[in-house]
Design a protein around this ligand. Sequence first.
Ligand SMILES: [Zn+2]
Ligand SMILES: [Zn+2]
Length: 393
Amino acid sequence: MTNAREWIGKDFYRELGVSSDASPDEVKKAYRKLARENHPDANPGNAGAEQKFKAVSEAYGVLSDQEKRKEYDETRRLFGSGRPGGFGFPGGGGTGTGGVDFGDIFNQTSTASGGLGGLGDMLGNLFGRRGGGTTATRGQRGADVETDVRIDFTEAVKGATLPLRLSSPGACGTCGGNGAKPGTSPRTCPNCAGSGLVSRSQGAFAFSEPCRDCRGRGTIVDDPCPECGGEGISNRTRTLTVRIPAGVDDNQRIRLAGQGEPGRGGAATGDLYVRVHVNPHPVFGRSGNDLTITVPVEFSELVLGTTLTVPTLDAKVSLKVAPGTASGRVLRVRGKGITKRDGTQGDLLVTLQVVIPAKVDGKAKAALEKYAESVAKHDPRPEITALLRDRGA
Ligand SMILES: [Zn+2]
Ligand SMILES: [Zn+2]
C-alpha cells in the first residue's frame, strides 16, 4: 500500500472514462484519445486541458501497470468496505463539502485491518459529496457556456490576456454550493446511505437507480440556503482572466475546461467556450500563419526596379524589387508573420499592385505619350491578337 496516500481521492477509472473492469486495451484506447484531445500543443493557453492531460497521464500510469492497478483496486476496495454500495472518489468537478463522513469509515477500516492509522485525518477534507463512484451516472453534468470577446488584430497575432466578466450560474456564494443555510450542513441521506443510488431487483437482475429521497445527491438539506433555495447554484458575476493564444483566428473558440455551469448533485462542471472575434486591420490581413499586405506601386517602379519600405506588424523592412517585376507578384519576407506558442512561424506576404493614376498631365503626360509611341510596335497580348486574327479570317 505504498501508494495509497497519493491515490486517496482520485478515481483513475473515472478520469479515463472506463469501467473498473476495463481490459488493458480499453484503458490504453481511452488514454490515447483523452491525451490527444487534451494535449497542451492542441490547447495552447488552456489551463483546464493541461490539468486534465496531467490527470489522465497519472491515471494511465497506474492503470496500465498491472501490479500498480491491483494495488490501486485494493485501495479502493479497502476504503469503500465500510459502507454498502461503495463510495465515490470525488471527481474533478466536485465542489461540495460535507456529506459522507469518510473519516469515520476510514477509522473503522483501519481498526479492522490495522496498520493504516493516521490517514483518517486527511480523509475528512478530501471527500466531497460525490457518491456515485464507478457508476458515474449520478447527477447531471453542468451545461457548457459560450461567450464572446472582441479583440484587435494585433492582439490576435501576438496573444493577449483579457479580463472576462461573466454572469452565469455558479456555486452559490452564500452556502458554498452545498445548498444548506449558513450555519447548518446537509446530512447524509439515510435511504441510500449517501451513495445517491439504491438497488432494485427485478427477476434475476439488480438495477441501480438514483435515490428518490435525495434525488441522487446523497445528502438531504433540512434548512435550505435562502440565496439559492437549496439548489447550491445561483447567478453570479465572475471575472475570469482569459489568455488568448498568439495566432488565434477570427471566430475561433477557446475552451476553458471546468468554467461552465456547475453540475447538479455533485456532477462535473461544464466547460466555458470563448468565441473570439478579431477586428480587421486597416493594412494587414492574414492567411493562416502568414501576414498579408498589398503595396500599391507605380508602373515605373516595377519596370525599372526599386527598393520599397514595407511595414511589418511592429517595425519595417526594406524590400528590393527587381527590374521587370510583374504586377500582382507576391514577395515573401521570412519570419515576419505570426509566431505561435509552439514555435511555428509565418511569413509576411507582400503583394505588389500597380496603381493607375486617374489623371496625368504636364510633364508626366508628355513623357507617357512619348513612351507609348516608342512601344507602339510592341504587342503586349500576342495570343489574343492571334485568336482574333484567326476568327476574322
Ligand atoms: Zn446557497
Ligand atoms: Zn438518498
